[in-house]
Design a protein around this ligand. Structure first.
Ligand code: AMP
Length: 417
């Protein structure tokens, strides 16, 4: 038997229904913030992610699905959404004449070669969005507020935004140097990866899962102490805006985020102060790194699968429809034809209608009525049909109503919903 690959999932049944519900909510809130929908390809030139995400990141060094295609090209399955969207932004020269920001959202599968566990898959979904073309702090606040409101609309009221600022380039460099000075004398106490990170990307040490409990981490320099005046003022302004928007946030000076491209604002959404359901921030250098002009950007990505897990854990009540409006039973060929045209008619009027597709006995068709949890049934009957009549039965109250076949739609409209 061929089985599914490690870290992948088939999505079906109630799980699939929950996802359709979540998709609708996320799309609707994005539209309110005037973000438009985008899809980018699953595979891109490897260089895009190597440059965009950063050569020194765990994601690029250990987690990407890289392969050569039959034309000997280096290809990578996208591990995250931002780099592909930035590639699209540059390729279509959307940076020219920017009078308004370019705001897009996506809902896409991502691929990372990780050790699978609950909430950590090799194929997973991220819902995310990017806003290009403005450095205004209100754009950061809007991006955070969209994330915050999306989780709340999904019924996750206990989310907190963890917020930090890495500052501008000058502040980041000062902080980087402070980290190197701090960790260098203790290099032997760090894990092998962190030894490498010390020179290449010391911020990443703070993100290390292996060294997370090391005492050294607690006293490490804090980003906020290295912000220059401009960056400090910007961060204060952001907090004021979030306060005004009534957004529940906490400053977390240890938050640096795993990717190379962030500056100024970084944030994560956590539930009940435990695991991260998503994260984002500002990436003013990324468009330039990927070959475009210097255009600022800010964005967010939700761990979609983890968010759904969290909804289940929190007991969020998702309205899932597991019933149909009407099941039509029949025996003769002419009754079957009536079933066919009535089903067509009623479905176009918006009702969920099912009829027998397997030449079952009447008894077996009644079992289908129960399995589909039909609100009404009709046993089509040639005698009645001659007079243009049908008898509709309410499966719960067992009440029956004989009516003209042309009145069925109106009756269901008034009673079935
Ligand atoms: P990142 O792109 O690493 O910042 O991740 C953003 C969010 O995506 C995280 O907060 C997780 O909720 C989710 N995520 C990251 N990696 C995985 C994975 N392997 N499986 C499921 N969700 C993930």
């Amino acid at each position: 038997m061929i089985t599914k690959q490690k870290g992948t999932n088939d999505i079906y049944g109630d799980e699939a229904k929950i996802r359709l519900y979540v998709n609708d909510i996320l799309a609707a809130i994005c539209e309110k913030y005037n973000f438009t929908y985008i899809e980018t390809p699953v595979f891109e030139a490897s260089e895009l992610f190597h440059r965009g995400v950063g050569e020194t990141t765990d994601m690029v060094q250990k987690e990407t699905y890289d392969f050569k295609d039959r034309g000997d090209r280096d290809i990578t399955l996208r591990p995250e959404g931002t780099a592909g969207v930035v590639r699209w932004f540059i390729e279509n020269k959307l940076y020219g004449n920017l009078t308004d920001p370019v705001k897009v959202y996506y809902n896409m599968k991502m691929y990372r070669y990780e050790r699978p566990q609950s909430g950590r898959m090799r194929e997973f979904t991220q819902w995310g969005y990017e806003c290009f073309g403005t450095d205004d702090v209100l754009a950061d606040a809007e991006v955070i507020s969209l994330a915050y409101n999306a989780y709340r609309l999904l019924g996750l009221d206990n989310v907190t935004i963890k917020l930090n600022s890495l500052g501008d380039t000058e502040s980041r460099v000062a902080y980087r140097n402070a980290l190197i000075d701090y960790f260098k004398p203790h290099i032997d106490e760090l894990c092998e990866d962190c030894k490498q990170r010390l020179e290449k990307n010391p911020l990443r040490i703070l993100d290390c899962k292996v060294d997370a409990d090391n005492e050294l981490m607690k006293n490490a320099p804090k980003t906020l102490d290295y912000l220059n005046e401009e960056s400090k003022t910007r961060f204060e302004k952001l907090k004021d805006l979030l306060d005004m928007m009534d957004i529940n946030y906490e400053v977390d000076t240890k938050l640096v985020r795993g990717l190379d491209y962030y500056n100024h604002t970084v944030f994560e959404v956590v539930l009940n102060n435990s695991y991260a359901l998503g994260g984002g921030g500002r990436y003013n250098g990324l468009v330039e790194t990927l070959g475009g002009p210097s255009v600022p950007g800010v964005g967010f990505a939700m761990g979609y699968d983890r968010t759904i897990l969290a909804m289940k854990e929190e007991g969020v009540n998702v309205p899932i429809n597991n019933s149909i409006d009407l099941y039509m039973l029949y025996i003769s060929d002419s009754e079957k034809e009536t079933a066919a045209y009535l089903a067509q008619d009623l479905r176009l009027q918006g009702f969920i209608v099912e009829t027998d597709l397997m030449q079952k006995s009447l008894k077996a068709q009644f079992k289908s009525v129960d399995r589909f949890n039909a609100k009404y049934l009709i046993v089509l009957n040639d005698e009645e049909l001659k007079e243009n009549k049908i008898t509709l039965k309410d499966t719960v109250t067992k009440e029956e109503h004989q009516m003209n076949i042309n009145d069925l739609g109106d009756y269901l409209y008034m009673n079935a919903k």
